[in-house]
Design a binder for this molecule. Structure first.
Ligand code: NAD
Length: 451
């Protein structure tokens, strides 16, 4: 439905009726307008400067560092990367005084580093996280927390043993939008949840993970051996290094790259530990460029009923050959018995059924007849849009804000190692399902694969 039109309709109704939403959940009864601003109090307490280092200074690591430095009382002291071009770039961007190295262990040895951001390829996340925690550093590690299901417990153990703060970088769940959605769901705004979905639609080379390769890429400028880690030995191949997402040894496909964002957000909104059954299907339909992971993928996840949510199904699909080219990245829909919510970091669109005072003609047609003879009633809104204020700095900024607050003040962090593993595991199991062509059974409480 056209949002503007629907919003106008709603405002019209509000004007005529004066009051709205009798019988609706409390959070909706306080509604003053169809478009509401989301906000939260600002909390900047600490004066101590946190010394930050970055390991993996590519696209996201550099963005992470910039966001970290946009918080007060933070400064960068060191950067590690395997490619010389990125180290040079880091000095240009963050200042020539920073220490740079190709060997991340040199960074972990430094006493002046309090916090380490890990923005490497996925297959290095676990080892660097464990090494950093063991060296007493607080860690912000990009998603997915680990590269395979087997790696999760080691990170959880290292976090517990170190007593340090460990945060996974799925930033959606720190957004105003996801926080509002959590509140709305809890208050019954869409009734009983039964289905959730996320969709990604792309059709471009970049979107399908074919990026440019720098002209100076060579065995001299790149530490190829370290990049390979303990994986299969290949001759130097810059395609594997720069377009790593296409290869199983270094990336985690659409599941670990994209699905994990929505799964993390969903677990936050529903207070879920995760699904118990995971199935995935797809294929390489267009990008026949030597990639090992699918360019069209569907994942389905069964969430059993728990104390915090009813049983529901999650469907995630991603298409890198989508003729519509519309990208729904970062959008999740939750569907319940009384309506749906579309959740974005800056916005929640809530659509509710127009229920006639408890009588739902869609459910019971005989009641419709009776209702039609009744006096007309005021209907609930078709749509309510909650929007963040214009100067909202966004979920990435907030995610670092919560991380730094945990580091400085010991506040409880949502996306710690246990949460990060419970979000990564279904995504990684989705990979296992695709490659092994079977349904994966998972115990979300014990965090164990069953088959
Ligand atoms: N949170 C988000 O929204 C988001 C968005 C994009 C990417 N990511 C995640 O960020 C990570 C990096 O993605 P990217 O797009 O920035 O990749 P990238 O290829 O641009 O950068 C990765 C960098 O890591 C470096 N690296 C790899 N192993 C290293 C090691 N052992 N020591 C030091 N440096 C090492 C590489 O040299 C490279 O420069 C991935 O895990 C990805 O899933 C998260």
């Amino acid at each position: 439905m056209n949002i503007q039109k629907s919003r106008r309709n709603f405002i019209k109704k509000l004007g005529a009726a004066g009051t709205i939403l009798a019988g609706a959940p409390a959070v909706l009864r306080s509604t003053k307008s169809s478009s509401q601003l989301l906000g939260r109090p600002v909390n900047n307490s600490a004066n101590d400067t946190l010394q930050v280092a970055l390991i993996g200074a590519g696209g996201m690591g550099s963005t992470d560092l910039r966001t970290a430095l946009s918080h007060p009382n933070t400064e960068v002291v060191a950067v590690a990367d395997l490619y010389q071009g990125r180290l040079d770039n880091a000095k240009e961007t963050f200042g020539s005084q920073i220490f740079t190295t190709r060997d991340y262990r040199e960074i972990l040895e430094r006493d002046d580093v309090d916090v380490v951001i890990i923005g490497t390829h996925d297959h290095w996340h676990k080892q660097i996280s464990v090494d950093a925690l063991n060296k007493g550093k607080h860690v912000y590690c990009e998603k997915p927390m680990v590269h395979s299901l087997e790696e999760g417990p080691e990170v959880i153990r290292a976090q517990k043993k170190s007593g340090k703060i460990f945060c996974v970088g799925s930033q959606l769940l720190s957004s105003l939008g996801y926080e509002k959605a959590k509140e709305l769901l809890k208050d019954g705004a869409i009734g009983k949840l039964n289905y959730a979905e996320g969709v990604w639609a792309r059709r471009s080379a970049g979107g399908a993970w074919n990026g440019p390769i720098p002209a100076d890429a060579s065995p001299e400028t790149i530490d190829w051996d370290t990049f390979l880690k303990d994986k299969k030995r290949y001759q130097f191949d810059p395609e594997r290094f720069f377009n790593w997402r296409k290869y199983k040894d270094y990336g985690t496909g659409m599941n670990g790259d994209l699905f994990v964002h929505i799964i993390s957000g969903l677990h936050f909104v529903t207070d879920s530990f995760g699904p118990n059954q995971i199935y995935s299907t797809g294929g390489i339909r267009f990008w026949q460029d030597g990639r090992e992971v699918p360019d069209v993928l569907i994942g389905t996840f069964d969430y059993p009923e728990t104390q915090t949510h009813p049983g529901f199904n999650l469907s995630l699909r991603c298409n890198f050959v989508d003729g519509t080219q519309g990208s729904y990245f970062y959008v999740m829909r939750l569907i319940g018995s009384e309506g749906l919510m579309e959740i974005q970091p800056n916005k929640v669109i809530l659509e509710r059924n127009k229920v006639l005072s408890g009588i739902d003609p869609n459910v019971d047609p005989s009641e419709l007849k009776k209702a039609l003879n009744d006096r007309k009633r005021i209907l609930g809104p078709e749509e309510i849009v909650y929007e963040a204020e214009a100067d909202y700095k966004g979920c990435h900024y907030d995610h670092f804000g919560y991380f730094f607050d945990a580091v400085r003040n010991g506040s409880q962090l949502v996306e710690d190692a246990v949460f990060g593993y419970r979000a990564a595991a279904p995504a990684l199991a989705c990979n296992d399902s695709y490659f092994q062509k079977k349904i994966i059974q998972w115990d979300p409480v014990k965090m164990q694969k069953i088959n």
